[in-house]
Design a protein around this ligand. Structure first.
Ligand code: DX5
Ligand code: ZN
Length: 212
């Protein structure tokens, strides 16, 4: 069954609890939290305090934390203490990626790497044994509500061809319309922002997705 990870970037920040409750009532499996530093991506969002608050309120819900920031290696402990379950760093970083992934696992979190649309699948081949998840970006990271880039979907198949058997997540413009195709290619986790938070029937959408 495909896991659904609603992205709180599309939630009403002053009604975060109301919006997250709605997603969880609809059967959301994880909650996706986008951390942006205004440097790695041209947008700012929030920091580990939101992860901590969500973890206190929903201790049973896995928090899928997507770090769109430079130097994530300095924040691994902070996100671990805040209650992150999955920590995603970007493949394009000028940092010791292998060491960072090892440290994420050593702190008891799932390790994950994200690929911007321009980053080839091949670039992560060497990291595959260190990964619990690969995040294929289907938009340029930084903003919710962008159109889905179908060309990126082939990366999912390429990563599977490399023999990778861990989780694959897609993020960016994902909706109940493009998910059947993504599912066929081998996607396990769907991050969904605008398409769920602006849907007239998010519960119905999630039910359909879980039946795919
Ligand atoms: C974009 C973020 C996404 C975003 C997805 O940079 O990584 O998680 O919230 O939002 P939608 O689904 O609206 O494209
Ligand atoms: Zn994201």
């Amino acid at each position: 069954m495909i896991k659904i990870a609603p992205s709180v970037l599309s939630a009403d920040i002053l009604n975060m609890e109301r919006d997250v409750n709605k997603m969880l009532e609809g059967g959301a499996d994880w909650i996706h939290v986008d951390i942006m530093d205004g440097h790695f991506v041209p947008n700012l969002s929030y920091g580990p305090s939101l992860v901590e608050a969500l973890h206190k309120r929903y201790p049973e819900v896995p928090l899928d934390v997507h770090l769109m920031m430079d130097n994530p290696q300095y924040y691994i402990d902070r996100f671990a203490r805040s209650g992150a379950s999955v920590l995603t760093i970007h493949a394009e970083l000028h940092a010791d990626i292998s060491d960072t992934l090892r440290r994420i696992r050593a702190r008891g979190m799932m390790s994950s790497i994200a690929l911007r649309p321009g980053t080839p699948a091949e670039s992560i081949r060497g990291y595959l044994p260190l990964l619990d998840m690969v995040l294929v970006m289907t938009v340029e990271p930084g903003f919710g509500g962008q159109p889905f880039n179908a060309g990126m979907a082939t990366k999912v198949a390429e990563i599977r061809k490399m023999g990778y058997t861990g989780l694959i997540e897609v993020d960016g413009g994902v909706s109940v319309k493009n998910l059947p195709y993504l599912r066929e290619l081998g996607v396990d986790v769907a991050v969904m922002g605008n398409s769920l938070f602006t849907s007239e029937d998010p519960l119905g959408d999630m039910e359909k997705i879980h039946q795919m």
